[in-house]
Design a protein around this ligand. Structure first.
Ligand code: B12
Length: 376
């Protein structure tokens, strides 16, 4: 490796730490890897569910050089979002909607991207090379790239695990056409542990190191646009946006400390708001509440669909009127889950009265099926 590439690696790491990144490492972006073939297997099995964009861009996604043929090195950075308390405590507060840790804060893309842009601008000026910045949304496989850089390894839950930051790193990358001395990839330290596989409420791991997104609560509550299958509803509990279970039980988290970047500080109000408040959000109130956070991604209807499921799982009869109000919701997605929720919360007699009032006028076939399936 030329001395200039070594010097660049040293300098870019110093600069990245100065900018407040919690982790940084360099990968060779051009060499062959197995991740692309695994992506194709994942897609061939249909494990991406309704995330059609993954299949549409499969070829470009399969390798960094398919996205940018000139790419030589990847500068991969991480920001920690390690929680101060047990992130699973929120699951016991069943009258509240649990928003997953990554989302109960200002959108990490903004903070990560602005730091990466600073780093990339500096690097381009220093090296005279071209740079491209990526956080999450581009067709670049960030986890295998981070693993190749040695930031950590892909754990059995498929996310990157770091010896110093556990499972709590947000990832971003800069590709460059300049050679930067790569770090050695990290080896797998999962050992015999299967905590992440065993805790998954919906059995979303067909095998260690593989995820079937169609069963993952993060996919179901965030990406899935339609009705949520009956088999998953009870398991969703009070999770209204994303899921942290597989990450939260990772033993490597004990070393993790949250980033000092105030822009991504956890917002407790977003993390576990009362279901009664969340169920009453109309479109404008939803947008106002979740502006600038990842939660806005679902839009109001999908989010309140999830809230209706959480109401049904609350075990709290006093919430039945809140669920019953959603029977008149303009969105069939919400009405369908409201039927399921009231059936779970009310005894058969009261449910039958609600059904006779609402089911007859129901125009949507899927909602009518929910009424039928819920009983007399
Ligand atoms: C699509 C996506 C999702 C999907 C699918 C997740 C998945 N595991 O693929 C859904 C919506 C479910 C999701 C959920 C979450 N996500 Co997400 N997601 C992505 C995204 C955009 C692409 C991931 C991807 O390429 N998947 C395709 C599969 C094939 O890739 P892979 O998981 O790396 O698969 C590897 C292995 O599992 C194995 N493999 C996979 N399938 C198969 C099949 C066979 C047969 C074999 C042999 C091997 C094999 O080989 C692959 C290559 O090494 C990335 C951002 C990015 N651009 O990379 C963020 C990203 C992975 N997500 C992230 C986060 C934080 C989450 C959540 C924690 C959010 C939450 N709290 O709800 C959950 C975690 C769920 C989980 N256990 O994965 C972070 C992860 C950070 C980290 N430390 O790893 C990323 C990197 C975003 C970021 N920039 O920080 N996500």
């Amino acid at each position: 490796m030329p001395a200039a590439a070594d010097a660049r690696a040293r300098q870019v790491k110093e600069r990245a730490h100065g900018l407040g990144f919690d982790a940084i490492a360099i990968a060779d972006a051009a060499g062959p890897w197995g991740a692309g073939a695994h992506l194709l297997e994942f897609l061939a099995e249909g494990r991406h569910g309704g995330m059609d964009w993954m299949a549409r861009e499969a070829e470009r996604r399969a390798h960094p050089t398919a996205l940018w043929p000139e790419a030589k090195s990847a500068i991969v950075c991480g920001l920690s979002y390690a929680p101060a308390a047990d992130p699973l405590d929120v699951l016991a507060r069943r009258a509240r909607g649990a928003v997953s840790l990554y989302a109960a804060r200002r959108d990490y893309h903004d903070a990560l991207k602005s730091k990466l842009k600073d780093l990339a601008t500096w690097f381009a000026a220093e090296s005279g090379g071209e740079v491209k910045v990526f956080v999450d949304t581009a067709p670049l496989m960030e986890k295998p790239l981070a693993a190749r850089a040695g930031l950590g390894w892909q754990g059995k839950h498929t996310n990157l695990v770091s010896r110093t930051h556990g499972s709590w790193l947000f990832l971003g990358a800069i590709l460059t056409d300049v050679e930067v001395a790569p770090d050695a990839p990290e080896t797998d330290h999962c050992g015999q542990c299967r905590a992440c596989l065993d805790i998954c409420p919906t059995n979303a791991f067909p095998a260690p190191y593989q995820l079937d997104a169609r069963r993952c609560i993060a996919y179901l509550t965030i990406e899935h646009k339609g009705h949520i299958g009956e088999e998953f509803r009870a398991a969703i509990g009070n999770r209204v946006f994303g899921c942290d279970d597989c990450l939260a039980v990772c033993p490597w988290n004990k070393f993790a400390v949250a980033s000092r970047d105030a822009r991504i500080a956890l917002n407790e109000d977003l993390r576990a708001a009362p279901l009664t408040d969340l169920a009453r959000l109309d479109d404008a109130a939803f947008r106002a509440r979740f502006a600038g956070t990842p939660v806005k991604r679902t839009g109001r209807d999908r989010f309140v669909r999830n809230v209706a499921i959480a109401l049904g799982n609350s075990g709290d009869q006093s919430l039945a009127p809140v669920a019953a109000d959603l029977l008149a919701d303009p969105s069939p997605l919400v009405r369908a889950m409201a039927v399921w929720a009231v059936r779970r919360l009310l005894d058969a007699g009261v449910f039958a009265r609600l059904k006779s009032r609402w089911a007859v006028d129901e125009a949507d076939a899927a909602v009518r099926r929910e009424w039928e399936a819920a009983g007399p």
